[in-house]
Design a protein around this ligand. Structure first.
Ligand code: NDP
Length: 324
């Protein structure tokens, strides 16, 4: 089968399209013919070695497709079932072995391309808005990179919970998409000298209840300065680079605020929590309160272009690789 293989860490060029042996499912696993593999920022960290994995490996944690074989003892899924997953390495391939513990049945009416790009960002947006800072009716929150994969999902979840979204973006086109997803206010942070002052102006001086910040280095200071007293800064990523060490005293000065650096795996650690979040994501898609906007589709062999586009700030919404 064709698969993307990383044999040494580096830039997008180390994503090599290769012919490899098709995997076989072991006990408690299913073999899936991949219809779509989601591209996520974490895949770029696996590629560069910022989050090291043993070499060689096939990247990609997320995807969806049809079960073509089941391993020993599997009773939950059968050949022909449509499944999606958000935390199984090896998704950039024509076939992927997925443990039953990570597989979620795709409901009728949800397209496999959408399902393949739904769970990782969808469940992350779910835990950020339901667990890290549970959004309440009328809360104003700040969502950075609001036209990105995470940003669009966060914006829609916050709006469904009755919150008010102030989004940040870099371009006019991204502003349009953020507004379409429901953002109430959009700030072009690349054109603003004092982002926190702008947030305060939009909240009558109060500041926001929470900031969902996946941008990191370039936004952190403004994020902290945008919070209301006892607000929550959920720093969930670092698209612009890592945040330097922080003196805890700054949290006092900012108004007894809370800083957390959460990640998905700690929010889907049990099967019960995984099925709750995945179920909510697929239900929201089916009901139309969550639209996964696939902004870019690439053949498997063009995974390098997908990574370069994502890291080059040229994308909007979700990126997917289509193996065939
Ligand atoms: P996005 O689609 O949001 O792409 C990144 C966006 O960040 C860009 O489009 C850009 O939007 C903005 N950005 C600002 N500065 C930079 C920069 N210097 N270089 C690149 N991008 C920049 O990506 P994802 O939705 O895949 O991921 C967003 C963040 O969420 C990442 O940091 C990722 O690691 C994190 N994440 C964390 C998870 C967790 O559980 N902790 C799970 C999933 C994702 P603009 O041009 O508008 O500024």
């Amino acid at each position: 089968m064709r698969a993307v293989v990383v044999r040494s860490h580096g830039g997008p060029e180390v994503l090599e399209s290769a012919e490899v042996d098709a995997p076989t499912p072991g006990a408690g696993e299913v073999l899936v013919e991949v219809a779509a593999a989601g591209v996520n920022y974490i895949d770029t960290y696996h590629r560069t070695g910022a989050y090291p994995l043993p070499l060689p490996f096939t990247p990609g944690l997320e995807g969806a497709g049809r079960v073509v074989a089941v391993g020993e003892g599997v009773t939950e899924f059968a050949v022909g079932d449509r499944v999606a997953w958000g935390n199984t390495l090896g998704s950039y391939a024509e076939h992927a072995v997925v443990p039953v513990s990570d597989a979620i049945a795709v409901p009728d009416g949800v397209d496999l391309e959408i399902a393949g790009g739904a769970l990782l960002q969808g469940m992350t947006a779910h835990y950020l808005t339901h667990s890290t800072y549970p959004v309440r009716q009328g809360d104003a929150v700040l969502v950075h990179a609001a036209a990105g994969g995470m940003g669009l999902a966060l914006t829609q979840f916050v709006k469904a919970l009755g919150g008010r979204v102030i989004g940040t973006v870099s371009t006019e086109e991204k502003e349009r998409l953020a507004r379409e997803a429901g953002a109430d206010e959009v700030i072009r942070y690349t054109e603003t000298d004092d982002l926190a002052a702008e947030v305060r102006r939009l909240t009558d001086g109060a500041g926001v209840a929470a900031v969902y910040d996946g941008v990191g280095a370039t936004t952190f200071d403004a994020s902290l300065a945008s919070l209301r007293p006892r607000g929550v800064l959920a720093l969930f990523g670092a698209a612009s680079g890592p945040v330097p060490p922080v003196d805890p005293q700054r949290l006092n000065a900012a108004g007894s605020v809370f800083l957390t650096r959460p990640t998905l795996k700690h929010h889907v650690a049990s099967r019960e929590e995984l099925t709750w979040r995945a179920g909510d994501v697929f239900r929201a898609i089916a009901e139309g309160t969550l639209t996964i906007r696939v902004g870019h589709r690439y053949p498997l062999a063009e995974a390098a272009t997908a990574h370069a586009d994502l890291q080059g700030r040229r994308t909007t919404g979700k990126l997917v690789l289509l193996p065939r």
